[in-house]
Design a protein around this ligand. Structure first.
Ligand code: AMP
Ligand code: TRP
Length: 341
């Protein structure tokens, strides 16, 4: 049971439009891993989205839009399993077992809950607090070994490892759940807000000017980079020169992420350049990379039946892997199971 085949699992919440952070920190990496020697499973994690209020009228299309983002970026349903989480009930079922394995003290250490709930922790949903245990279920339900994510999700993958280890230990099922590795790679693992380089770029930030959406048109992208906050200094000669310059560092990271160059190569190419030169170059690069994706996304969104079909077929394939693992977890737990299916 200890030799788990290399399998990738990752997910994105349908809670508003996709951002450049999602693209560089997650989706682009998912496409890279699809081309390597992995079985790849990608999920639109709709159960996670409702940890904060989602209008039911918008959730369905938001789910399709994230799926369209995956497809338009190069996720190929004949090479990867692509589905939405709520169509595979095993996620919620394993999450319940894990709620009884994880400790309240572990949850209390999750920095994302503290950031998100802030002073309103008492008014947050219980789901928002418990969601790392659902995330652990997402990953372990497939015995996934590799989890590509942005920097902000590292702590949750570490918690997943703790849950797996405690389950295996408590139930004397050594090696049943693997120890998944977080894969946090590339030059843009934490894309920052364009108006404040100390905050993460997110779907839910107040102003649209602080993020690039994957559906922004060329004019919007150019305008947002032009207005992006910077300091008055030109670009330095070496990466060291970006220390304590969060906004400058962020734009260099974005350029590297989009171009496929390393941060060093970008700095070498633009050493001493002013923002008047760098920002338009960055905007052109972003338009060149994102425009074909956003065009393909809108084309796909005009054929919702096709997206729904892909997600439905993906859910069938996902369930075929997940159900036997859930069944074993139930057996290990000692549940009486006498139904004949
Ligand atoms: P979410 O939109 O919160 O469901 O995030 C989905 C994936 O995108 C996760 O792997 C995140 O770590 C990643 N991600 C979200 N925002 C950013 C960002 N600003 N920079 C890098 N990765 C991000
Ligand atoms: N929690 C992740 C986020 O907010 C999304 C997510 C849910 C996820 N389940 C996952 C990521 C499993 C990787 C693996 O970004």
């Amino acid at each position: 049971m200890t030799n788990h085949t290399p399998r990738v699992f990752s997910g994105i919440k349908p809670s508003g439009g996709l951002t450049l952070g999602n693209y560089l920190g997650a989706i682009k990496r998912f496409v890279d891993m699809q081309a390597q020697d992995f079985e790849t499973i990608y999920c639109v994690v709709d159960l996670h989205a409702i940890t904060v209020w989602q209008d039911p009228k918008e959730l369905t299309d938001a789910t399709r839009e994230v799926a369209a983002g995956f497809l338009a970026s190069g996720i190929d349903p004949s090479q990867s399993i692509l589905f939405n989480q709520s169509q595979v009930p095993a996620h919620a079922e394993l999450a319940w077992l894990f709620n009884c394995v994880a400790r309240v003290g572990w949850m209390n250490r999750m920095t994302q809950f503290k950031d998100k709930a802030g002073k309103n922790a008492e008014q947050s949903s219980l789901g928002l607090y418990a969601y790392p245990s659902l995330m652990a279920a997402d990953i372990l339900l497939y015995h996934a070994t590799h989890v590509p994510v942005g920097e902000d999700q590292k702590q949750h993958v570490e918690l997943t490892r703790d849950i797996a280890a405690k389950f295996n230990h408590d139930f004397k099922a050594e090696g049943f759940f693997p120890q998944p590795e977080p894969i946090i790679e590339g030059p843009a693992t934490r894309v920052m807000n364009l108006r404040d380089g100390t905050k993460k770029m997110s779907k839910s930030g107040e102003s649209d000017m602080e993020r690039i959406n994957m559906t922004d048109d060329a004019d919007k992208i150019a305008k947002k980079f032009k207005k992006a906050k910077t300091d008055p200094e030109p670009l330095p000669e070496t990466l060291d020169g970006l220390k304590d310059r969060p906004e400058a560092k962020n734009l260099v990271d974005i350029y590297a992420g989009l171009s496929g160059l390393t941060n060093e190569q970008v700095i070498t190419e633009y050493a001493g350049a002013g923002w008047g030169k760098f920002k338009p170059a960055l905007a052109d690069l972003a338009v060149e990379k994102l425009a074909p994706i956003s065009e393909e996304m809108s084309r796909l969104m005009n054929d919702k039946a096709e997206i729904d079909r892909i997600l439905g077929e993906g859910a069938d394939k996902a369930e075929a892997i997940a159900q036997p693992i859930l069944d074993q977890a139930y057996d290990i737990t000692g549940f009486l199971r006498s139904r004949t299916r």
